[in-house]
Design a protein around this ligand. Sequence first.
Ligand code: NAD
Ligand code: DAU
Length: 348
Amino acid sequence: MNILVTGGAGFIGSNFIIYMLGKYKDVSITNLDALTYAGNLNNLESIKNNPNYSFVKGDICDAELVDRIFSENNIQQIVHFAAESHVDRSIVEPDIFVKSNILGTQVLLDIAKKHWKIEPDDKYSKDYKADVKFVHVSTDEVYGSLGPEGLFTEEMNLSPNSPYSASKASSDLLVYAYYKTFGLPVNITRCSNNYGPYQFPEKLIPLMINNALKGKSLPVYGDGMQVRDWLYVEDHCSAIDTVRLKGVDGEVYNIGGNNEKANIEIVKLIINQLGKSEDLITYVKDRPGHDRRYAIDNTKITTTLGWSPAHSFDEGMARTINWYLDNMDWVNEIVSGDYQKYYNEMYG
Ligand code: NAD
Ligand code: DAU
């Protein structure tokens, strides 16, 4: 099985590649990543010499390049992570979110359709290639914000509130349109907030760990009572692998582990685990358009595909905090921007 992973040098993509190469010997992975500020080849140090792995530096918007990758590697499946992923950045710089998240996805869909020779009636033909699949990695943020009660289900209307989530919702609609119009075999996954190794330290958990370790203030947006539903990244990887293998074409699968926490709880847990003082907490201006609560109903993926998370929140957080304590060089290189110099020297 030849798989194109896009955005494989980012947080979830790199965890996914490590997970897949550890699990399968007969899977070959090509990683296409533009190495934006969020892409870091250090994440893939442990597998960079694996014969079933290759890296291409490039943009998913570059149709010629994507076309060539398909031809040269006989790509049979795509697991599409590449995206601008940070809500705060989307408020300052929305145009890049539209380019990468929407236009980039459309390029991948077109090239997959071309190479897999998908025609509108193909899914009814006996020659239909059952092994090809486009897995679009989306987010629960496309559903918008919940009140104190209720959960996100796959049937809910999309109601995104940030330029980031609007760009992801747009890409979801394009992916679904290629299924309905052309019969492209797609799945869309919508996961809740991930945490774990290799998460860029602009996101809540690694940012708080890094700042607490350095005795810097911990910026809590608004009242800190916004709720997120946390999943250990390896569980997200196993869920995507399950969807890749067993997902019914055209279906959306929510992914989550039933771990709702208010932001302030997370911040206090980190302070506690690191033996720091709550005096570090600083309440700052709220994020504009800040979604109040996310919570996933995972019934569909657990009951129809048999997936369930393997890590509890307490265990996942302990692993994560230990990983950051053991890998402060990784964090410090990012914070100092050194890793980008290294890329520029290696890849120009
Ligand atoms: P990330 O920002 O850590 O990584 C994104 C990767 O994509 C980086 O390596 C970057 O270099 C690459 N990239 C960006 N634009 C590109 C382009 N135009 N061409 C090629 N590569 C490009 O993101 P992440 O947190 O790992 O998220 C990965 C995916 O999962 C995203 O699509 C995101 O929407 C989705 N998601 C994330 C979470 C989460 O909690 N982090 C939860 C649910 C879904
Ligand atoms: O729900 C899935 C989404 O989770 C993904 O689609 C996104 O790619 C990912 O970035 C994440 O989005 P959030 O906006 O929920 O994550 P973030 O880590 O930026 O923030 C989590 C919560 O913590 C949110 O309510 C904002 C708050 N926050 C964040 C930061 C960085 C703070 O209070 N202070 C901070 O400094």
